[in-house]
Design a protein around this ligand. Sequence first.
Ligand code: G6P
Ligand code: ZN
Length: 543
Amino acid sequence: MKIETVSTKPIDGQKPGTSGLRKKTRVFMEPGYLENFIQATFDAIGGAEGKTLVVGGDGRYFNAPAIQAILKMAAANGAAHVIVGQNGILSTPAASHLIRALKADGGIILSASHNPGGIDADFGVKFNGANGGPAPEKLTAEIFANTQTIGSYKTLDAQDVDLSTCATTQMGHMKVTVEDPVARYQALMEDLFDFDAIRALFASGFTMRFDAMHAVTGPYATAILQDALGAAPGTVANGIPSEDFGKGHPDPNPIWAKPLMDLMLSEDAPDLGAASDGDGDRNMIVGRGLYVTPSDSLAVLAANAHLAPAYKNGLAGVARSMPTSAASDRVAAKLGIEAFETPTGWKFFGNLLDAGRVTLCGEESAGTGSNHVREKDGLWAVLLWLNILAVRRQSVAEIVKDHWATYGRDYYSRYDYEAVATDKANALIDGLRARLDDLPGQHFAGLTVTAADEFSYQDPVDGSVSTGQGLRLYFEGGARAVFRLSGTGTEGATVRLYLEQYSGQSGSTEKDTQDALRQVRDAALAVSDMKSLIGRTDPDVIT
Ligand code: G6P
Ligand code: ZN
């Protein structure tokens, strides 16, 4: 088999965002586009020579051809061994676990997460390091720099590998192992949680609907929830992964998982509703008649994690991304453990987890996880909820309301303004940034600003600093508004406005969320002058 050196030219725009490189699928399919990025990645990690890598994806359109191209490039670049999920499938958390379990040098995950899939939708590639977590900013910056100077890439003139059969074969000098994507992940979940207690819960008549949204968690959820834990057949809905996610938008939130929400708000609601996204790292939790916000879910899990075997000795600390509500901070304070506020992006939790400073992490964007892997993990969150429900034998609503009674409630909502012209979005952020220092003491829609800043983060472990991570406005009475530009969109800019209002320890926890947030929303719209700057105030999506 012959190694080919293919000459190429730098391609604009290959800068990884919040979570790897995401573009339209057709862009990734252009000649050299994927190859340039992969070669730039190999070069940034010091070459693939002698390395062991994990490769897999969420099964979306172009997943398998991309894997074949990566295998040939890995072989040509001298990699020793690549482990691939059968049929090219690996959920993001399962890939993270596999990298760690095999002590691999890293992995390449093909996914655009919760973005739609298909030839006219989105595709993505990201590199995870030896700790199983997303590449830190230093490495993604190096990858990007390499994409700007690249002159050639290496590939092997070889046959495609049969991804449907679990076996180890050779591609040139490189070993390729195709393995079952579920088995090792399932074994890890069995180690962490009390499967007997959860089995007893289901045996007692507990009912559940898990919406896999035609995405990667289908096979994992079927094997674990139905086959191992005894949930009734049909518990897992939309469980067969498809290349375009059934033409849906595999994002587990009340908007995109509307059929699940409708069921959970109906008379026929099961005891628990849950969903996960395209690549299996996000989760949504719904009780009968009650949606649990991701920020609340993190707080409830932190307060109750000791009920599951893996966390019975307590937590080292809890971390949340800056835009996530302060609910988990309150739990950490009560437990007497450290609480961290990091920039958006799971990669910022990596050092804290590696250093043993935190055990649980979470984000408002439906991500929750722990030190068991270095990614957020949708099914893990569902299993931790199930373990807690199996021990407490209360409903989801009872557990959440009991939590609010103890800590007060952080009313929370995120407004997304999608496909905003980039210059207008920048004008909004730049304009607000320029006025931050003048805002304290000013009143907007009847609320007084107490503090305003642009979030920057110094990693407590390696000292690295990340600036420009979102504008924070604090108001009298426990309200906060955050403005940020999304780093995961593929069209124009997405402005995110995160709204939060603390009820106080003794305030009402029974209000409608949007009612409770009306004043801070009005203040945020006024202070940013959104109407005149981007021409609208009604968001495309409210979660
Ligand atoms: C991905 C990342 C998360 C992040 C989310 C939203 O899911 O893994 O860490 O919170 O995207 O990011 P964005 O930049 O679009 O707000
Ligand atoms: Zn995802």
